[in-house]
Design a protein around this ligand. Structure first.
Ligand SMILES: Cc1cc2nc3c(=O)[nH]c(=O)nc-3n(C[C@H](O)[C@H](O)[C@H](O)COP(=O)(O)O)c2cc1C
Length: 220
């Protein structure tokens, strides 16, 4: 079922930030393509290190592709279970599997791809003989931070449009297999699945957030 009439809702900026919460269960209704494009475009507008824009946003609506994605993630967790030798860790890993699998039920799955981009600072240092071990010290992780900026823009935009999202990292244990399904170029890496859909019900709880004084310090 697809919703054809699309009216752009408008919400106060701070209301969007303060009311967004993770949604893990969706109605079957497919959001309008226009809304999907607006979400992707919000990712495109995000800041990124050296303006490299080394991202790609892939929206998956095709049930067959979703099924293939689900299969490789499930298989990967089964494979990882075999590496774990004690029951407690096996149960924990199983918990991650649970939080990995529901994406197949989402009407839209955005795959955020980090495209291969050598870090400018590290490239200079490496060229000038700085060792691999020492290089780690100077890795500012700017590329993955750029992906995060895009993902948050997308998540907030979806919420402003009345859609729910879940930012998902756990399925990416199977990033290589997902890259194969999506035909990603060598070196490009899927870093997040962002599920999108209309929230099914209104009982989703916004988890407790630490108080500001627990996470904020100011030097004046
Ligand atoms: C980097 C990242 C990875 C996440 N991975 C998952 C995931 O794999 N599965 C899941 O159900 N939720 C995942 N989440 C959602 C978090 O569990 C959620 O954001 C957190 O509990 C806070 O809840 P809120 O988003 O409602 O504020 C992830 C969130 C982030 C930022």
């Amino acid at each position: 079922m697809s919703c054809n009439v699309f009216e752009m809702p408008s919400r106060d900026f701070f209301d969007v930030i303060n009311t967004r919460k993770t949604i893990r269960k969706y109605k079957k209704t497919i959001p309008p393509i226009e809304a999907i494009k607006i979400i992707a475009d919000a990712g495109r507008q995000a800041p990124c290190a050296t303006n490299s824009q080394n991202w790609e946003f892939i929206a998956i609506l095709d049930p067959k592709i979703k099924e293939r994605m689900g299969k490789v993630v499930e298989e990967k967790y089964d494979e990882l279970q075999l590496k774990v030798t004690n029951d407690i860790d096996r149960a924990k890993l199983n918990g991650y599997k649970y939080y990995s699998m529901f994406f197949t039920q989402a009407p839209v799955i955005f795959v955020v791809v980090e495209k291969l981009r050598p870090s400018s600072i590290l490239t200079i240092l490496e060229k000038n003989g700085v060792t691999k071990e020492e290089l780690g010290e100077y890795d500012t992780r700017s590329s993955i931070l750029s992906m995060g900026a895009a993902i948050e823009n997308m998540s907030l935009t979806a919420h402003a449009l009345g859609l729910g999202t879940c930012w998902m990292g756990a399925p990416l244990v199977a990033h290589k297999e997902l890259a194969h399904i999506l035909g990603l170029s060598h070196g490009d890496r899927a870093v997040t699945l962002l599920t999108v859909g209309y929230p099914d019900g209104d009982s989703f709880v916004r988890p407790h957030k630490k108080n500001l004084d627990e996470v904020f310090r100011i030097f004046v």
